[in-house]
Write a protein that binds this ligand. Structure first.
Ligand code: SAM
Length: 237
């Protein structure tokens, strides 16, 4: 895994921007993931090279379209730490909150942060639509990331409330998400966002093409959002 990650970071133009031992640390993270995956459902990807590409390098791509240095980030629906934990390894000065509604995975992520000697990683057990109403979380983050959690118009309601005005949300999507994007236009506007950039990339060593949808927070999220999950699903914005 280490060699593939190292080569991939180079190919993505990230090698000079990440710590010298980043590939080694991500390799350790990948091994811990595969080891724990034998007893806990963390990922459907079971092959080390694929973990390197489809988890580590895929998540690393976010670094090519956001400023992370010294920023405060929340990863919504982090699962086994993607992309939040990868971004923390690549950008150690980032303050990272990993949010998920499943506590078992968060306990494991706490252990991983200790084993990888990462400071400034906090795990929070909760539902995004509830946490986003809490003043300790609402509009407190420079950046909200999310991968494989919900379609974009629902995801905006889960993520944008966390973001400070001037900050951004980075949603990791497939390149063919144009319809999702146009369906989300109303939600983005209503919640205080504005699409700033679509960053399309190929994951090194694969023919997989993904897209980061970067949404800038240009105004506050109105009171009353996020709504309850049943409502978000039943009546998307
Ligand atoms: N982001 C990770 C990745 O890309 O590998 C995990 C993706 S997994 C398919 C979706 C994760 O989102 C699950 O861990 C689930 O518990 C979490 N999740 C879904 N809805 C959520 C919500 N409303 N609030 C918090 N977590 C949520």
């Amino acid at each position: 895994m280490r060699e593939l990650i190292s080569q991939g970071l180079e190919e993505m133009g990230l090698a000079g921007r990440v710590p010298a031992d980043a590939a080694q640390t991500l390799d350790r993270y990948g091994r811990l993931l595969l080891e724990r995956n034998q007893v806990m459902n963390l990922t459907a990807i079971r092959e080390p090279d694929q973990v390197a590409r489809l988890h580590m390098l895929d998540c690393a791509a976010v670094l090519n379209c956001v400023e992370t240095e010294g920023r405060r980030l929340i990863d919504v629906g982090t699962g086994a730490g993607f992309p939040g934990m990868v971004l923390k390894v690549l950008s150690p000065a980032l303050d990272v909150t990993l949010l998920d509604s499943l506590n078992k995975r968060l306990d494991w992520l706490d252990q991983v942060a200790g084993q990888l000697a990462l400071d400034g990683v906090r795990t929070v057990h909760g539902r995004a639509e509830e946490q986003g109403l809490d003043p300790a979380f609402r509009e407190q983050f420079d950046l909200a990331t999310s991968r494989a959690v919900a379609e974009l118009r629902l995801l905006c309601e889960l993520c944008l409330p966390f973001v400070k005005v001037g900050g951004a949300m980075a949603a990791m999507k497939a390149v063919d998400c144009d319809q999702e994007l146009s369906q989300a236009a109303g939600a983005i506007r209503l919640l205080g966002g504005q699409v700033e950039r679509l960053y399309d990339y190929a994951i090194p060593g694969t023919d997989v093409r993904h897209r980061v949808v970067l949404i800038r927070k240009v105004g506050p999220t109105p009171k009353g959002y996020p709504r309850r999950w049943a409502k978000i699903q039943k009546a998307p914005l």
